[in-house]
Design a protein around this ligand. Sequence first.
Ligand code: URA
Ligand code: SF4
Length: 211
Amino acid sequence: MSDLEKIAVEVSVCTNCALHQTRKKSVPGVGPADAEIMLIGEGPGFNEDEQGLPFVGQSGQFLSELLAQAGLKREDVWIGNVVKCRPPGNRDPLPDELSACDRYLERQIAAINPKIIITLGRFSMAKFLPGVKISQIHGQMSRIGERFVIAMFHPAAALHQPPLKPAILADFARLPALLDEARAKLSPPAAAEKSAYTSPVTDEPKQMSLF
Ligand code: URA
Ligand code: SF4
């Protein structure tokens, strides 16, 4: 069993916070184990709780459209949340729920090792970029250790506040370029450079024989 599968099994039976009492299904998250991009939302809503899958309701539909217009398929990215069980009535997750669930997200990030984490919503943003304002930093890439974090507006916010829609569309449209930038900045020295460096070493015995 892969690390991600193991985490999903643990999440499905987790009782580490009160949200387990009211959930129907926990929502561990979905996507490839080697995804370059992880999208991290807030928590399951009604439809996610029913299906055990992230972003399958109205905001999920919009998220799929945003990804598609950036040339990405849902299956290409990992999608999950900071809390894996639905807060009753879609209330905000509480600090002890966020901290109880954080261990799973941390392990998922370590297992996937993405180049870019996209935060959707303020709780996800606060985990990686504490103290910032979404209106000031949305769409910008910040390097955090071995990856980049980009805060985006939550798709549900853009659906409820139409003036935000052009901004979220523009931010997602820039994703392919940002991914190229992240790949270039995070990749180890190119193979060509390495071979240029190693060839003199291979020639070394010949040079030595001149002496
Ligand atoms: N909103 C979220 O933040 N996450 C979901 O999974 C669905 C809606
Ligand atoms: Fe466990 Fe997270 Fe669900 Fe709380 S929200 S019960 S910590 S999986």
